[in-house]
Ligand binder design. Structure first.
Ligand code: HEM
Length: 225
């Protein structure tokens, strides 16, 4: 409060220089898992099964980046930091980037670019079907992530980008199904709880917003995305 009164940047309103710094740090931090993979690969330290290592690492980071992307809106609203929204597109694109690497690892090292084998795997293994569906749903989101597409699609952009909720649910289901076969659900349970909390927060807010008492909140510019 005091900072705002004196015109000083605050956590709620960082200066544009600080924001550029935050974006740069977030960009590099989100790139670290890939740099680690590359470093381990160059050092021949990807373990006994490098394909599994790469597939698992890229899959996990896809899920993490999806959760980070989905946490932007709740954090922005709870903390009152509108600038967090400026990071959301980057996190979303990172989620797609790691998903594309995960998919490429599967196409290349698991399926050896054999279309018949790929189709059979997607059809025969339900957890792969679900992962594949999640990835396909991410394609229109990545393709329409530019400002130009945002302007072109208008309010339809927001409707389309609600697909990210389905992507997150399918991603958790994919992980859950994969691990259920190994009787090892501890990790998927954590992701399921995080995604449920992030989506539950939104559902709750929608409910509250529908009550007349909160009608004014609907008008607040910070709540619009
Ligand atoms: C949103 C998209 C996706 C997410 C978030 C995701 C996430 C994950 C995660 C977290 C794992 C397990 C890692 C572990 O065992 O610790 C995994 C495994 C796997 N995923 Fe995905 N995945 C996605 C899409 C796909 C797609 C499109 C395919 C292929 C069509 C795929 C194929 C696989 C396979 C084959 C494994 C097993 C790897 C192994 O244990 O060797 N995934 N995925």
């Amino acid at each position: 409060m005091r900072a705002r009164a004196t015109g000083m940047p605050s956590f709620a309103q960082p200066s544009s220089r600080t924001l550029t710094g935050i974006r740069a740090v977030a960009f590099v931090a989100a790139l670290l898992p890939l740099l680690r993979l590359v470093a381990l690969g160059r050092a021949d330290a990807l373990g006994a099964n490098p394909v599994e290592f790469v597939t698992r690492s890229t899959g996990t980071w896809t899920l993490v980046m999806l959760c980070v992307t989905l946490s932007v809106t709740p954090l922005r609203q709870l903390l009152g930091w509108p600038w967090l929204l400026r990071l959301r597109r980057m996190f979303g694109l990172y989620a797609f980037f790691y998903a594309a690497l995960h998919f490429t690892a599967w196409v290349w090292f698991d399926q050896w670019f054999d279309p018949a084998s790929m189709i059979a795997d997607v059809v025969d293994r339900p957890f792969v079907t679900v992962g594949f569906t999640a990835f396909v749903l991410m394609l229109p989101l990545a393709a329409t992530s530019t400002r130009a597409m945002m302007r072109r699609l208008g309010r339809h952009w927001q409707e389309l980008h609600r697909l990210v909720y389905a992507v997150a649910v399918l991603a958790v289901l994919h992980f859950w199904w994969h691990k259920a076969g190994k009787n090892d659900l501890a990790e998927p349970m954590i992701y399921a709880a995080v995604v449920a909390a992030l989506l539950g927060f939104r559902a709750l807010r929608q409910l509250v917003r529908r009550t007349p008492a909160d009608a004014s909140a609907r008008q607040a510019p910070l709540e619009r995305e």
